[in-house]
Design a protein around this ligand. Structure first.
Ligand SMILES: *[C@@H]1O[C@H](CO)[C@@H](O)[C@H](O)[C@H]1NC(C)=O
Length: 362
């Protein structure tokens, strides 16, 4: 999800039966991939920006109490004016990773709380969007330009990204609370050949595996399909430089990701059901699980969620994470971008808890 700056200022089935790989070594990513069973989770990007361990604990406890088992949050936070919480500070083209109390120790707190509450984390390592720095900060700092596609191809940029990835991935090598790393939140390369992102993802996912082969690796993308010029609607036209099926074939990518925001894509809520089933079909063809890892609507939430949840169940998609969880912390309510469902909302129980409980494996 791309969200506005105002939002961040506020707070600071079992795996698709299809192709379960036989006899993967215990503890390996393949083994983990095969053993995924149905789950419901949520997004709370702001968790890693919280400065108080108590707030982190409060939020994670509320997530777990609802029956949600998986949480997606940002494992990046790049800055040029470096104050408050940031993970990597850029100055004159040089990145310095912040391992201090307002640096990666904030991420440590989230991992520790996830371990405490038995939650699994899914964490993208940079951002398509400029929120918290993202790809364009690497590009502007290292090339002096603003060509977004350089993020995927420029040698200096690729090695700086790798350096950050190495620091974070190796830091949590021993934590079983980290289920998956994602290459980026919603990577796009608008108007590029889709091979640009596929080549980049091939290199970077293999790199993460070389650092820690026990974690799953996903793209973190929106799941755009590249059906060629015959496709009549935007999400299937490959215009953002993403080819879902091609990326899913990468051997070091363990699962497929899709997001669902019909409002932003000029599609109908009902079409969301097709989006879910199209991806499940592609994932079954690839023998890999699919996670609907972001979805939201700003109105008719009950009706729309019920319809999408039914489809998730009927097509056998293994997991979903709604965008996004909210609760009240020491500084007040957490970020509201119009999609937030707070634990205090009257529809939280029917929309979130009931669904989450029904998806928990017994
Ligand atoms: C695009 O291709 C996928 C995979 O073959 C298919 O499931 C989907 O229905 C197609 N959609 C459109 C609109 O072309």
């Amino acid at each position: 999800m791309k969200f506005s700056l105002s939002a961040l200022v506020l707070l600071g089935s079992s795996l698709l039966a299809a192709a379960a790989p036989a006899a993967a070594p215990a503890g390996s990513a393949l083994d983990k991939r095969a053993s995924l069973s149905t789950f419901a989770g949520t997004n709370a990007y702001w968790l890693t920006t919280l400065t108080s361990d108590t707030d982190v604990d409060t939020a994670m406890s509320a997530i777990a109490k609802a029956g949600l088992t998986h949480v997606r949050t940002w494992a990046f936070n790049d800055a040029t004016s470096c104050s408050g919480v940031y993970f990597q500070c850029w100055s004159s083209g040089s990145p310095v990773i912040n391992t201090g109390t307002d640096g990666l120790q904030r991420l440590d707190a989230v991992v520790t709380a996830a371990e405490k509450y038995g939650l699994k984390l899914i964490m993208p390592l940079t951002n398509q969007w400029t929120d918290y720095g993202g790809m364009d900060m690497y590009v502007s700092q290292l090339t002096g330009g603003s060509t977004h596609s350089d993020f995927y191809t420029n040698d200096k940029v690729m090695s700086a990204y790798k350096n950050y990835v190495k620091t974070v991935v190796t830091r949590y090598k021993s934590s079983s609370a980290v289920l998956a790393w994602e290459l980026a939140n919603e990577p796009r390369c608008t108007s590029c050949e889709t091979s640009v992102i596929t080549n980049w993802a091939t290199t970077m996912s293999a790199y993460i595996k070389s650092l820690d082969s026990s974690k799953l690796v996903g793209m973190g993308d929106e799941g755009f399909m590249n059906n060629g010029s015959s496709a009549s609607t935007y999400p299937y036209q490959g215009k953002e430089g993403v080819d879902f099926a091609a990326n899913l074939k990468i051997s070091s990518i363990d699962f497929g990701t899709l997001h669902l925001y019909p409002d932003s894509w000029d599609m109908t809520n009902d079409w969301g059901n097709t989006w879910i089933s199209d991806h499940q079909a592609a994932c079954e063809a690839a023998g890999k699980p699919c996670i609907l890892e972001e979805y939201g609507v700003k109105s008719d939430v009950s009706t729309v969620f019920e319809s999408w949840h039914n489809t998730i169940k009927s097509v056998g998609m293994v997991g979903d994470l709604y965008w996004q969880f909210g609760t009240t912390l020491s500084s007040g309510k957490t970020a509201d971008d119009g999609y937030t469902i707070y634990s205090s909302d009257s529809d939280f129980s029917p929309l979130v808890e009931t669904w989450a409980q029904s998806r928990k494996s017994s």
